[in-house]
Design a protein around this ligand. Sequence first.
Ligand SMILES: CC(C)(COP(=O)(O)OP(=O)(O)OC[C@H]1O[C@@H](n2cnc3c(N)ncnc32)[C@H](O)[C@@H]1OP(=O)(O)O)[C@@H](O)C(=O)NCCC(=O)NCCS
Length: 402
Amino acid sequence: MRDAYIVTSVRTPGCRRGKGALAQTRPEDLLVTALNAVIERTPGVEKKEVEDVLIGCAFPEAEQGLNIGRIAVQMAEFPDDTCGVTVNRFCASGLEAIALQAARIKAGWCEVAIGGGLESMSIVPMGGNMPRPHPAWAKKNPDVYISMGITAENVANRYKITRQMQDEFAFHSQMKAANAQKNGLFKEIVPTPAARFKEKNGQWGEETFIQDFDDGVRADTTIEGLGKLKPAFSAMGSVTAGNSSQTTDGAAATLIMSGEAVKKFGLKPIAKVVAYAVAGCKADEMGVGPAYAIPKVLKMAGLKVEDIGIFEVNEAFASQAIYSMQQLGLYDKRELWACDSDKRIININGGAIALGHPLGCTGAKLCAQLMTGMQVKGAKYGVESMCIGGGMGAAALFELCE
Ligand SMILES: CC(C)(COP(=O)(O)OP(=O)(O)OC[C@H]1O[C@@H](n2cnc3c(N)ncnc32)[C@H](O)[C@@H]1OP(=O)(O)O)[C@@H](O)C(=O)NCCC(=O)NCCS
């Protein structure tokens, strides 16, 4: 099989649902920004070279429906030859898009492709505009449709992940993100045109501005402050707004090529896509997914946890991220994830608790963050993973190019 190379990987900032900078920007426009940027940041490659664009989206309906993959390609003025498609594996959708494009390139079916992700949680709510669970099935299997927050409570209760552990983990996520923001470490962010509707002299009009940072980071977070927050999903629970991922708007895109295409354009790729795995688990504790998906992808490549130089493990909730890290033998080694440790290799610049989790975009967003991190650290192998609503985990393994 051939190799598939990541050449460029970018993301818009992640901004808070409803209250954030991208809340009034159409999802198509966010995606167009990411698609344009991935081409602009790849010297010598024009839009006409891209055969296909695959976009992950967790609620592909309304403004982000109607095959947003193809619509965004047309809005971004790729030629008619460039195709577009949408894929949904909930929180892994963006990674699924990258993995599928890589697989097509490896198989020899394609030379140059984009995989990406999109979610405007402000404009299309989590759960969709009109959820219609199957009535008879839902009665017998309510777990399949329960709130993600309740699945996080289940993980915390079943595996004894205390409130204190969750708040401590959340604090570190915020501090890592605040430090990265202060020091300009999010090199993969594309300054993004955003829209805001404003009233002026009795007239409503749209103004645009440029947003270039993640606006959910709370640099003033303290463990004491986190400890005062009320449970968000269950009166007696431990999962709060402070130790859950934020609901967020964002888009991301990754340009992937065959070795032949890399040579033709004279490019220096960032990393190879080595392998991708998905693993199923119980729906009512979907957060444990990475504990199964990461060993599965490592086994495919004949590697061990110790071989991995950097991880991006999505922080859907602190409880599930901690449990997954425990299962991999990573949580007890505090130096591997703590904000005050130079040896940290897990979510080095913070995770979704601080930076947000724009569902279908997240897999592509984490890829962009991982590519930045692998280059900075010179990590030979990097792993990206996340849990998935309905009861799954996904994980991808990347190898840094010399
Ligand atoms: C938990 C959840 C319901 C909270 O929603 P929310 O109330 O809109 O959350 P916010 O981020 O606005 O925080 C609410 C309040 O908590 C407090 N808070 C949040 N983070 C805090 C922190 N780090 N320190 C101190 N206070 C904090 C603040 O008072 C904040 O209000 P403010 O924004 O006016 O300051 C929502 O984030 C959620 O559903 N997350 C999970 C999403 C999910 O399920 N994704 C899929 C996973 S599979």
